[in-house]
Design a protein around this ligand. Structure first.
Ligand code: AMP
Length: 118
């Protein structure tokens, strides 16, 4: 499987460079998390790796295992700190145009709170 060419000017790349603001929830060396600009649930946060990966497939194929682990550990920690464990939550990643992916930088949607599962 070959990696997709990464567009360095996609909107999440611009957020990572600080060119566009975001409503930041969490950040460490590997990960940035921020509120989705069009929330579809009471809690709707996007979690993105800082590296340049277009899709989930690119990420797990090319990122170091420690980076993949750090990413998913951050998603799990965020579910707890955002307070959605009791309400329940979804983690969703859209991949490719056929998969509904609009922004070509790998990301996970973390959606929780009352009404998160429609
Ligand atoms: P996807 O369809 O999985 O690529 O989802 C992209 C998501 O990014 C959508 O839910 C958008 O609402 C969200 N989005 C787009 N631009 C921004 C932005 N500047 N800040 C926060 N979220 C954004």
């Amino acid at each position: 499987m070959s990696a997709t060419v990464y567009d360095k000017n996609n909107i999440f790349a611009r957020i990572l460079r600080g060119e566009i603001p975001c409503s930041k929830v969490f950040e460490n060396d590997d990960v940035l998390a921020f509120h989705d600009i069009h929330p579809q649930a009471p809690v709707h946060v996007l979690v993105i790796p800082k590296g340049e990966y277009v899709t989930f497939g690119d990420f797990v194929a090319a990122a170091p295992a420690t980076t993949v682990a750090a990413f998913f550990q951050a998603v799990g920690t965020l579910a707890s700190t955002l307070g959605v464990i009791d309400s329940g939550y979804r983690i969703v990643s859209n991949n490719g145009t056929g998969g509904g992916q609009e922004v070509p930088h790998f990301h996970v949607h973390l959606k929780g709170g009352k009404g998160a599962v429609a």
